[in-house]
Design a protein around this ligand. Structure first.
Ligand SMILES: NC(=O)c1ccc[n+]([C@@H]2O[C@H](COP(=O)([O-])OP(=O)(O)OC[C@H]3O[C@@H](n4cnc5c(N)ncnc54)[C@H](OP(=O)(O)O)[C@@H]3O)[C@@H](O)[C@H]2O)c1
Length: 280
């Protein structure tokens, strides 16, 4: 498709990389009323370009071209290992856009160096972005204005809740909690389902029971009471729930949770260092 990027009331957006996350963001933006004619996706795989054009009606390009220079915001949605090469390929067409990167582990300084710009926002979304229920932490380089922050947040909010933090170090912390967090929840659900099966429920029945129990508890927790208070209210002394929770405590579940989140945080910091090494 060779249509120019047009803007009605919405900013003109370009995505570099048209995979899972970019598709989820574009779908969210369209649901929020963004005009598909204002979105260009640069994506090398022909089948993925055809899919994006057919399902989302956006313009696509196999590689960066002159249309990119019209973009108000360029979203970098490629794997961190290819972002530098993609930036080099796009540089001649980048214009004066605000850059928003969702690539894991690439620091603001690294992004600014590779993109030759100080108007850079680094974001850490999570996989729930794919169903519009994501959590995204964002950090801004020094050249990002208040208006830029609003613009970046309006794009990232297409996939769920987003919030600002003030440094790369805090993005590592976000990575350890909400970035990797969905997998902790899946791990818990998996173990809970397996435990239910030991009491005679088949796979599907156990899945249904566990999922409905988790969804109901989350819905109740969202009303705002502290988690500990909610737990205490359903835990009678000597009762069944107390028997289970005593067992979880004896097995060290809270300590395991702390160690897990700490391990993710340290790994995020180490990965950032490794990926920043590519700047040399
Ligand atoms: N998925 C998540 O839950 C999640 C969460 C947090 C952060 N992120 C970050 O989001 C970014 C995208 O992740 P994803 O899951 O959407 O990955 P993905 O599905 O693999 O999408 C990346 C896309 O970029 C394309 N691409 C490769 N080289 C390119 C280039 N030079 N120019 C333009 N496009 C190029 C890839 O095409 P080919 O397949 O042909 O290589 C692929 O379609 C990653 O940096 C990841 O760290 C993802």
């Amino acid at each position: 498709m060779s249509a120019p990027l047009t803007a009605k009331s919405h900013p003109r957006l370009a995505f570099i990389g048209g995979g899972q996350m970019a598709s989820a963001m574009v779908a969210g933006l369209l649901r929020a009323g963004q005009d598909p004619a204002s979105i260009l996706v640069v994506e090398p795989t022909p089948a993925q370009r055809a899919h994006l054009e057919q399902t989302l009606q956006v313009s696509t390009a196999a590689c960066a071209d002159a249309r990119l220079s019209a973009a108000d915001v360029v979203v970098w949605a490629v794997k961190p290992q290819v972002l530098r090469q993609a930036a080099d390929a796009a540089r001649a067409h980048l214009g004066a856009a605000l850059h928003v990167s969702i690539a894991a582990g690439l620091s603001l300084q690294t992004l600014s160096d590779w993109l030759h710009s100080q108007r850079v926002v680094r974001a850490m979304p999570n996989t729930a972005a794919l169903v519009g229920a994501g959590v995204t932490g964002m950090a801004a380089a020094e050249g990002v204005s208040a208006a830029d922050r609003q613009l970046a947040a309006s794009v990232l909010a297409a996939t769920g809740h987003c919030f600002w933090v003030d440094s790369d170090e805090r993005i590592d912390a976000v990575t350890a909690v909400s970035g990797s967090g969905p997998a902790y929840v899946f791990h818990f659900l998996e173990a809970f389902q397996a435990a239910a099966q030991t009491l005679g429920f088949d796979t599907e029945a156990a899945r249904e029971l566990v999922l409905r129990t988790a969804a109901g508890a989350v819905a109740q927790a969202q009303l705002g009471e502290p988690f500990g208070m909610l737990r205490a209210r359903v835990t009678s002394p000597q009762g069944t729930t107390a028997a289970a929770l005593n067992c979880l405590d004896a097995q060290g579940t809270p300590q395991a949770m702390q160690a897990a989140v700490r391990a993710a945080y340290e790994r995020a910091a180490a990965l950032s260092l490794e990926l920043s090494g590519q700047t040399a």
